[in-house]
Design a protein around this ligand. Structure first.
Ligand SMILES: C[S@@+](CC[C@H](N)C(=O)[O-])C[C@H]1O[C@@H](n2cnc3c(N)ncnc32)[C@H](O)[C@@H]1O
Length: 286
């Protein structure tokens, strides 16, 4: 059954719409995750995945087509192009930016990160998937049960709560980086370097000349203190003269974003796209 499912994309596309079944099939075949080429199936999987804070995994191709050219123009003032795209979800927007830079035939290093890109799987009578902080994300037994934050059948909610109380396995059978296939391919070819980076805690010192943090430092996700902590942390990771892009895509798919340049340990405002970032004042007052 699993063999048939993994070779039959139409079938997978249908089951991926059924909450209770989708993780079962997709995770069962996930050891071959990178071979699933269907955008529909992959998007369903990435987007519905449970993230252990208020953020979502939502992203889409060409989301930043109005930001990529100004980013490139502002980057040009630096000799080196060392880019870090933070909280990339499946990384498809990093891929768009990569293609633009490659077209311009520039030499660049491109780092991508996302705290919750990796899931770790323990197989068994009940197969369980965990995030990198060892929180249970979802689980299934046979094909009858799967639980995540979007599944509200009372029995599955109860079972999920019980399973959350179980001890986290010491060893996992395999882990997956939930990246878009085009991004995985570039990681394999070392065109992208995937790094582990938690926007609040990971310290990197004066490495990057361009940093992008889109749709992560939103006031709807984190309070001002948390956002300040994250921006101070990002600033540390930037070289003098490096450029920072932060912003949020609104419900009408408009990117309200702002660019800053690191100068004398401050982030000086450079320009806004549309209304600018909602956290512009926080950054300017750091
Ligand atoms: C809405 S997505 C943004 C994706 C992409 N940047 C975009 O704008 O299309 C938010 C991402 O932030 C990641 N995330 C959540 N908390 C994080 C943290 N503390 N550090 C780094 N990434 C985090 C989530 O895993 C999720 O993939």
């Amino acid at each position: 059954m699993i063999k048939i499912a993994s070779k039959n994309i139409n079938f997978l596309e249908k089951v991926s719409k059924i909450p209770v079944l989708k993780h079962f099939f997709i995770l069962k075949i996930s050891e071959n995750f990178n071979d699933i080429k269907s955008e529909l199936v992959l998007n369903k999987f990435y987007r519905d995945i449970w993230v252990n804070d208020k953020t979502s995994k939502k992203t889409e191709k060409k989301r930043f087509s109005d930001l990529d050219i100004p980013s490139f123009e502002l980057m040009k003032e630096n000799k080196d192009y060392i880019i870090h795209d933070i909280a990339v979800s499946n990384g498809i927007c990093s891929n768009d930016f990569y293609e633009l830079l490659a077209e311009k035939k520039k030499k660049f290093e491109f780092y991508i990160s996302d705290k919750f890109a990796e899931i770790k799987v323990k197989k068994g009578f009940i197969t369980k998937a965990y995030d990198n902080e060892n929180h249970l994300i979802f689980a299934y037994a046979g094909c009858f049960y799967a639980a995540d934050k979007n599944t509200f059948f009372p029995l599955t909610v109860l079972l999920f709560k019980l399973l959350q109380k179980n001890k986290t396995p010491e060893k996992f059978d395999y882990s997956l980086l939930l990246l878009h296939p085009e991004v995985s391919e570039k990681v394999k070819k070392k065109k992208f370097k995937f790094i582990s980076y938690d926007i609040f805690n990971t310290e990197i010192h004066e490495k990057f000349t361009f940093v992008r943090a889109m749709n992560i430092l939103n006031l709807g996700y984190f309070n001002e203190d948390k956002i300040r902590t994250a921006v101070i942390n990002i600033k540390k990771s930037m070289k003098e003269n490096a450029v920072l892009l932060v912003g949020r895509t609104n419900a009408k798919k408009i990117n309200n974003a702002s660019f800053f340049r690191k100068q004398n340990n401050k982030l000086a405002h450079l320009k806004d796209i549309n209304e600018g970032s909602e956290i512009k004042k926080i950054i300017e007052n750091l």
